[in-house]
Design a protein around this ligand. Structure first.
Ligand SMILES: NC(=O)c1ccc[n+]([C@@H]2O[C@H](COP(=O)([O-])OP(=O)(O)OC[C@H]3O[C@@H](n4cnc5c(N)ncnc54)[C@H](OP(=O)(O)O)[C@@H]3O)[C@@H](O)[C@H]2O)c1
Length: 365
């Protein structure tokens, strides 16, 4: 193992970890030196798949954190373990990649913030769509005034999250999954913040949310099997499968965001951005910059149209994070910023219960 490279510990050897491993192996400044998980066989399987030999495997996370070659920890466990895993990594002085959602309560997020601040380590949260080629293109266009001043944005996470997912058992339960916006829909909430911000790397801050939840899957012991186009018996979701929320941002932009686990259709992630000089609908653009256009200008690029982790731009995220560590800069997608996205998610729950708008921030300054 070469000393010029930063060593990475992957914690939680499941579905998403395969992509973290690949991205860190491809980056010229990093290499995976250890994998820890609940079972040894999962660690071995991930290493074999990636063709990595001579690394350490652990079923004890504290021991793994004591590995001297580890500089970065990638937390890929189920969501209810992210806070304690990230806090332990910070206390061990490691830089941290934190999978979404970062935590399952406001108190957990406060504790994570304290640990990361006092350890002075770098963090990045896997709101990986910020590195999707369509997202990068839209952000550059918005910063370049293609749609003028934005007044409305919309993002929707439409995904039949169900028992096909290895992480479903923890995610479907109220005690460990909390809500549909938390377990999967937080990607859309983050997208809303990302496109409501005018600067190329600037998300917007929310000041108020109002939400409803509903749908039909809560408590239902059957689910749609998209792969076989059938319905089958399955353990139920313990929370509403549909949530919809209106967001008012500090910069005056209004947003609408929804998460839909009940949709009977392939995965979709539609985006709409309306400005006073143009409009963007997914990869279609109408702009004051193209006065001769007679139809939508379509950008040929990679859309956020797949739920498969191998389609997600983890390489861009990890390359960005490594660059942040090497140049001693904070990521636009660090823990502090991700707390702002998660605050909207928790405010949605509060709004549904109180049946009134909720003011933000809840815990961020
Ligand atoms: N950013 C994205 O686009 C994206 C995409 C997919 C998933 N995710 C997120 O990534 C996280 C993991 O999801 P996944 O799909 O990879 O789930 P997964 O396949 O179930 O993987 C989770 C892994 O964590 C391990 N684990 C569970 N409990 C543990 C414990 N107490 N100690 C140590 N390891 C433990 C399991 O280990 P064993 O196999 O050893 O039992 C399992 O392999 C979730 O928060 C999910 O939301 C994000």
């Amino acid at each position: 193992m070469s000393k010029e490279k930063m060593g990475v510990l992957i914690h939680g050897a499941g579905w998403v970890s395969s992509q973290h491993i690949g991205a860190f192996q491809n980056n010229p400044h990093t290499e995976v030196v250890a994998i820890s998980s609940r079972s040894l066989s999962s660690c071995q399987k991930r290493a074999e798949e990636a063709g990595i030999e001579g690394i350490e495997f652990y079923t004890n996370y504290e021991q793994a954190l004591r590995h001297e070659g580890v500089d970065i920890v990638s937390v890929c466990t189920p969501q209810h373990l992210h806070a304690e895993n990230a806090i332990a990594a910070a206390e061990a002085g490691k830089h941290i990649v934190i999978e979404k959602p970062i935590a399952i309560s406001l108190d957990e997020m406060k504790a994570m913030r304290r640990a990361v601040q006092s350890a002075n380590v770098k963090t990045v949260v896997s709101f990986v769509l910020r590195w999707n080629p369509l997202f990068e293109t839209i952000k550059a266009m918005v910063a370049d005034n293609t749609v003028g001043d934005i007044y409305f944005v919309e993002a929707d996470y439409q995904h039949d999250i169900s028992s096909w997912w290895t992480g479903y058992e923890a995610a479907r339960k109220k005690s460990t999954g909390i809500s549909a916006f938390l377990t999967g829909g937080c990607h859309a909430v983050d997208t809303l913040r990302w496109f409501a911000g005018k600067g190329q790397y600037e998300p917007a801050d929310a000041v108020e949310v109002f939400a409803y939840s509903g749908g039909y899957r809560k408590g239902l012991d059957e689910e749609y099997d998209y792969f076989n186009h059938t319905w089958k018996k399955a353990p139920p979701l313990e929370y509403d499968d549909f949530e919809i929320c209106l967001v008012k941002f500090a910069n005056g932009v209004l947003g609408k965001v929804s998460v839909n686990y009940g949709c009977v259709m392939p995965y979709m992630f539609p985006i709409e951005i309306f400005g006073n000089r143009g409009t963007i609908k997914d990869n279609r653009v109408w702009s004051h910059k193209y006065p001769g256009q007679k139809g939508w200008v379509e950008i040929p690029t990679i859309l956020p149209d797949s739920a498969d982790v191998s389609h997600h731009p983890f390489q861009g995220q990890m390359d960005h994070f490594v660059e942040c560590i090497l140049s001693d800069q904070e990521s636009h997608c660090n823990l502090e910023d991700a707390i702002k996205t998660h605050e909207i998610v928790f405010a949605v729950l509060q709004s549904c219960e109180a049946k009134e708008p909720i003011q933000l921030p809840l815990i961020s300054g």
